[in-house]
Design a protein around this ligand. Structure first.
Ligand SMILES: [Zn+2]
Length: 319
């Protein structure tokens, strides 16, 4: 077991470095990349290997620069030297890996969910088509605890009378009300929760801006979630192993990561790595991305390759 290594900041790249630190501790991804021969996937593999094995304090700067140039070249929304969003970088990196490697990185992070509508007049339940998600966007509002965010995410939403009509009833019901709730139908190996800290708004003068919710959120290192399968709730245990945090404002902020290696937590801020406390016990915690690993035997690489390949480009579970 080696300590994580620092990652040089090559110009406001802490948003990428923080995600790379967590991916360095994502064994399933490293296994998937094991045979990679070229492209961005190979660059990522080399960097993640270096993070875990190099005997220097820091990974080679040229590895970081090659990888980021390659991702930014493919996804024109990033620019070297400009601060960006670490969740967007995570998704963009997965797309690059998908394109360049024989394997399917989405098989590691992807789950399925659907919407369930219930109508008060006929009592019919009507499920939407399942949708894939790579991460779940957690509403923060005034919540202080991750449990409340998850509860809010799954909660029932009520629709006005006759706003939605039941598809199972042949004749249109009058004065019917509907509720909708989110049902998780397949939980992923690695569950990524994105706190809804950043929200777009339009200023009085009509300019689009982003506002940040700096609220503290308590979270736990061990979590139990259920997926619904053929009418049964199947429970799974998850363990936290990576946290990406953002401090400061939109204009001047900084991303850091906390990663668990073996039984120890490390705090990572670009080149700076220090043994740290369990981030779940930090009362000032303002997490942005939480990475939970499903307990159990875990997927084998052959399982990942046999899963259907990722087709949708927009899989955000925005609820
Ligand atoms: Zn009905």
């Amino acid at each position: 077991m080696t300590n994580p290594k620092g990652i040089p900041n090559i110009g406001n790249t802490c948003f990428a470095n923080s995600v790379l630190q967590v991916l360095g501790q994502t064994e399933l991804l490293r296994n998937l990349l094991f045979d990679c021969q070229g492209g961005t996937a190979y660059m990522l593999k080399t960097l993640l290997d270096d993070l875990n094995t190099c005997d220097k304090r820091c990974v080679n700067e040229s590895l970081v620069s090659r990888l980021l140039s390659s991702v930014f070249k493919r996804d024109g929304s990033f620019r070297l030297g400009r601060q960006d969003d670490s969740h967007s970088f995570f998704l963009s990196l997965l797309e690059c890996v998908q394109a360049d490697s024989g394997g399917n990185p989405y098989g590691i992070f992807e789950g399925m969910m659907k919407n369930r509508f219930e109508y008060d007049k006929c009592s019919h339940l009507d499920d939407s088509e399942e949708q894939r998600f790579t991460s779940l966007l957690m509403p923060i509002d005034n919540h202080k605890d991750l449990r409340d965010c998850i509860e809010d995410f799954r909660r029932m939403e009520e629709f006005e009378e006759n706003l939605i009509q039941c598809r199972k009833c042949i004749t249109k019901q009058q004065d019917t009300k509907a509720t909708r709730r989110t049902v998780l139908t397949r939980l992923p190996e690695i569950l990524v929760l994105q706190m809804g800290r950043f929200a777009e708004y339009i200023t009085a003068t009509g300019i689009k801006r982003i506002r940040k919710n700096n609220g503290k959120i308590r979270f736990v290192t061990e979590m139990n979630l259920t997926e619904e399968h053929e009418g049964k709730d199947i429970p799974y245990d998850y363990d936290l192993y990576g946290v990406v945090s953002h401090t400061g404002t939109i204009e001047g902020g900084h991303y850091t990561a906390a990663v668990k290696v073996g039984t120890k937590w490390w705090y990572c801020s670009d080149r700076y790595i220090v043994h740290g406390a369990n981030p779940a016990e930090d009362p000032s915690a303002g997490p942005y991305l939480l990475f939970y690993r499903r307990r159990g035997k875990g997927l084998m690489i052959t399982d990942l390759q046999s899963r259907t390949t990722h087709q949708d480009t927009n899989m955000e579970a925005n609820v």
